[in-house]
Design a protein around this ligand. Structure first.
Ligand SMILES: [Zn+2]
Length: 395
C-alpha cells in the first residue's frame, strides 16, 4: 500500500464514524468489499455524478477512514488517477460465536481480516454466563487498548428483531425473551448486533469469501447433534431469505430415503439421520459394537475399515443429494458446505459427487466449496455482521 494521506491527521474510533454522513456510507461499503478504486469507478458503480462522489468522499478522507493512494495511470485511457482506499487496519470489530459448550471470538479489521482469536468454555448457558463470557473475550481481544468499533454475536436457532433490539427465544438454550443485544452492548461498551450464525457465516462469504460477487448462493452447515445440527442459509439477489426455526427443522428433517436410518424424532432417512457427526458415529457403532468418536470414524475409514468407510460414504452420498436439492430448487450455482462433520465431503468426494448426480444431470455449472471446520470462521461471520451494520449506519 502506498497511501500518501495517512490516517495520522484523521480521527480514530467512533469519532471517525460519527463524522461520516449517511449518504457517504455506500462509498465505504464499496471500498470495504471491492478494495481500492478510482473515483470514476466508484461513481460508475454507485450511479453517482463525479461531482457528488467528490463531495461525499471529502468527509471520508478528512475522517481518516479513507486515504488517497499515489497517482496511477488508468489502464484504459491512460489518464492519471488517485484511487481511494479504506484504512482497514485502524478500525477493528469483534465477532463472537456461541456454541453449546463455548464462546469463540475473533477480532477483525474493517475488511474482515482476522487479527486475533480467543475462546472460552461455558460452564452453563444462562444469559448471564454467556454475556460475561463475551465480555471476557472482548477484554482479552482488546488487551492492546485499541477499542473496537462494534461487535457481532451469533447463535443458532431463531433471532427475533423487535424494535431494533434482538430478543432471543431459544428452546435449545432454554431462553425466553432474553434482550441479548442490549445486555451485550452494556457489558461490551460498544454497539452490538445479534444474528443467526449460519446467515452470518454466509454474509462473510458474500463479502470476503467464496461467494464474492455471487448474488445467489446457499450455505449448508453440518453440526454435531442429530436433533439441532443442520443449518441452512439461502441468499437471493444478494439478500438472505428469512427463515424461522421451523423452516430450518423442515430442512434438516426432509426425507432422503424412506428406508434409511432413523433420527431421534422418528423419521427414517432424513438429512440429519445421515449427515450430522453423531449420525455418522451411530452408523459406525452398529458395525463396530461401540460408539466411536467422529474423528476416529474418519481415521478408520481412511485406514480401510469397511464399517467406517461405509458410514462415511453413506453420509457423503446423502450430503450430495442435499446439495443437488438445494441447487436445483434454489436455482443457485454456488453452494458452500461447512460445519463439524464437513470432513465427510472431503473424505468421500466420489460418493458426494455420486449423490449430486443422483439428483442432477451433471456437476457442470455447480461451484461447490467445502470449508475446513473452524469456529474462528463462524466468529468472523459475527464480526462481518457488525461491519455490515456499521456500514449501513445501523450500529
Ligand atoms: Zn429427522
Amino acid at each position: 500500500m502506498s497511501a500518501v494521506n495517512g490516517p495520522a491527521g484523521g480521527r480514530s474510533g467512533g469519532d471517525a464514524w460519527a463524522s461520516v454522513p449517511r449518504a457517504a456510507r455506500p462509498i465505504l461499503r464499496e471500498l470495504v468489499i471491492h478494495g481500492p478504486q478510482s473515483r470514476t469507478a466508484l461513481a460508475k458503480r454507485l450511479v453517482l455524478s463525479t461531482g457528488s462522489l467528490t463531495r461525499l468522499t471529502k468527509p471520508l478522507v478528512e475522517s481518516g477512514l479513507v486515504v488517497e493512494r499515489e497517482v496511477e495511470h488508468d489502464p484504459t485511457h491512460g489518464r492519471p488517477t488517485r484511487p481511494l482506499e479504506i484504512v482497514a487496519d485502524t478500525h477493528h470489530f469483534l465477532g463472537v460465536k456461541l456454541t453449546s459448550g463455548a464462546l469463540y471470538g475473533v477480532r477483525t479489521d474493517l475488511r474482515g481480516e482476522v487479527v486475533g482469536r480467543e475462546s472460552v468454555p461455558l460452564p452453563d448457558l444462562s444469559p448471564d454466563t454467556v454475556v460475561e463470557g463475551a465480555g471476557w473475550l472482548a477484554d482479552r481481544l482488546t488487551g492492546d487498548g485499541r477499542r473496537p468499533v462494534a461487535a457481532g454475536v451469533t447463535l443458532g436457532g431463531e433471532v427475533h428483531g423487535a424494535m431494533g433490539d434482538e430478543i432471543i427465544d431459544s428452546g435449545a438454550l432454554g431462553w425466553r425473551s432474553v434482550p441479548l443485544r442490549r445486555l451485550l452492548a452494556e457489558r461490551l461498551g460498544m454497539p452490538c448486533v445479534v444474528k443467526h450464525d449460519v446467515t452470518a457465516l454466509a454474509a462473510a462469504h458474500q463479502w470476503f469469501g467464496d461467494a464474492r460477487e455471487e448474488p445467489n448462493f446457499a450455505v449448508i452447515a453440518l453440526g454435531n447433534g442429530i436433533g439441532d445440527g443442520i443449518g441452512y442459509a439461502l441468499f437471493v439477489h444478494g439478500s438472505a431469505v428469512r427463515s424461522t426455526e421451523a423452516d430450518l427443522a423442515e430442512f434438516a428433517h426432509q426425507t432422503l430415503d424412506a428406508g434409511g436410518p432413523m433420527c431421534p424424532e422418528g423419521h427414517r432417512g432424513c438429512v440429519a439421520a445421515y449427515v450430522a457427526a453423531d449420525s455418522v458415529r451411530i452408523a459406525a457403532a452398529q458395525g463396530l459394537g461401540r460408539l466411536p468418536g467422529f474423528a476416529e470414524v474418519l481415521r478408520l475409514a481412511r485406514a480401510g475399515d469397511p464399517v467406517c468407510a461405509e458410514a462415511v460414504s453413506e453420509a457423503a452420498r446423502a450430503l450430495g443429494v442435499v446439495i443437488a436439492n438445494v441447487a436445483n430448487s434454489g436455482l443457485v450455482k454456488t453452494v458452500i458446505v461447512a460445519g463439524a462433520s464437513v470432513d465427510i465431503a472431503r473424505a468421500a468426494r466420489d460418493d458426494l459427487e455420486r449423490g449430486i448426480l443422483a439428483r442432477r444431470r451433471s456437476l457442470g455449472g455447480l461451484r461447490l466449496s467445502v470449508r475446513p471446520h473452524d469456529f474462528g470462521d463462524w466468529a468472523r461471520g459475527a464480526a462481518v455482521e457488525a461491519i455490515k451494520a456499521q456500514l449501513a449506519g445501523a450500529a
